[in-house]
Design a protein around this ligand. Structure first.
Ligand code: SAH
Length: 365
């Protein structure tokens, strides 16, 4: 069957020929189909796009990440050569803001090889334009950095939430995979008839009530384990920031955002951003599997405050009095309770013995 130029038709045809589709396959096709996937066809981020991320809200976010990177590099003994990797750099805003801080640390930028893992050709073009001075290289997987054994620092803001997951639901006492089928020509949720052995679920969710949904982020865990192995071997750390929860739990967090609003995730494949909340306990476990040590989970507010966002905000506001209100609102959005400040969490995983501020026990959880 020739490929339809319409992703909905392609997905429906695949369901007709091969049966109900796993959510992970659906997410992969919607987000990353080589021609029609959401991240392949346009620039989704920013005011004119579908959603706004922290670096797009305020320059102080990327600057604080810059402070964290500088601090981490110095804690590692200012190695003369290291890999600075960003996973899913979006429009390159975070890195561009971080670099202003990094440039003030003697020797740091000369020591850095910048590697960007990005799947969207549109976003790669934008990153090329905005980050040219860093002379970055683009990679598709972390193994491409294996030509060196220098230390490694990895940044991932709203990256893990975009990786495909599977969902399982409990029905009549047994767990079944949630799948996407067709009913009267419409995409609908269903359950795979073959139950999953309860032992294959984490203990904390196994005994949930009928109707409960558990999300399994296998791909995110594999990416984390792959990176953790490199961290353990080469020394270094990964910083992941995402909307998520700190203990493995049940709950359907799969959502679609289009035009800054929630949408039906099954309605328009390839036209909405699809995400799930991140299970940080599972990510931390995946890091341990790879031989790295996860630090305490901090809220985004704790992390940004510890790195000095308030002081940075004050000096920005003093330099731009006409914009004081706008700047204050942006910082409040990043750090406010019930806003990104508590909903978003920061996980740092590091090679053994590397204790990085503010994950070193100085900032309370
Ligand atoms: N970090 C940026 C963008 C977040 S959106 C910010 O905070 O603004 C998610 C990013 O991950 C996008 O750049 C998207 O293209 C990229 N991405 C999603 N899946 C990916 C994958 N499998 N490999 C590499 N990049 C991916």
């Amino acid at each position: 069957m020739p490929d339809s130029p319409d992703l909905s038709v392609q997905i429906d045809n695949q369901i007709r020929t091969s049966g109900p589709m796993s959510l992970s396959t659906y997410m992969r096709l919607c987000l990353s189909h080589p021609r029609l996937g959401y991240y392949r066809t346009g620039v989704p981020l920013g005011a004119g796009g579908d959603f706004v991320t922290a670096p797009e809200i305020s320059q102080t976010f990327g600057e604080m990440i810059g402070v964290w990177i500088a601090n981490a590099w110095q804690t590692m003994g200012s190695p003369p050569s290291f890999d600075l990797v960003e996973l899913g750099p979006g429009r390159g805003t975070l890195m561009a803001d971080a670099v202003r801080v990094l440039a003030r640390v003697p020797g740091l930028l000369d020591a850095a090889r910048v590697l960007l893992a990005e799947s969207s050709p549109e976003l790669i073009s934008e990153q090329k334009r905005r980050l040219a001075e860093l002379n970055p290289q683009w990679i598709t997987e972390i193994a491409q950095a294996d030509d060196r054994d220098t230390p490694l620092l990895v940044i991932a803001n709203e990256f893990f939430d975009a990786l495909p997951v599977k969902q399982y639901q409990k029905a009549d006492g047994a767990w079944h995979e949630r799948v996407i089928g067709l009913e009267a020509g419409k995409r609908v949720w269903g359950l795979d008839p073959t139950p999953l052995p309860a032992e294959s679920l984490p203990e904390s969710v196994r005994d949930a009530e009928d109707g409960a949904v558990w999300e399994s982020a296998r791909i995110a865990a594999d990416v984390m384990t792959d990176i953790a192995e490199r961290l353990a071997r080469r020394t270094g750390a990964l910083l992941a920031i995402d909307y998520g929860y700190d203990r493995t739990q049940t709950g359907d967090t799969f959502q679609a955002i289009a035009g800054h609003d929630y949408a039906d995730p099954l309605a328009a494949p390839g036209e909405a951003d699809l995400t799930t909340h991140v299970d940080f306990a599972a990510l931390a476990e995946a890091a341990r599997t790879g031989g790295a040590a996860p630090g305490p989970l901090l809220t985004q507010a704790q992390f940004l405050t510890a790195l000095g966002i308030e002081q940075r905000h004050e000096s920005l506001a003093a330099a731009n009095p006409g914009k004081a209100e706008e700047l204050a609102a942006a910082v409040e959005r990043l750090t406010g309770p019930e806003k990104m400040g508590t909903l978003f969490k920061c996980l740092c995983v590091a090679s053994g013995g590397l204790n990085l501020y503010p994950f070193d026990g100085t900032t309370g959880t």
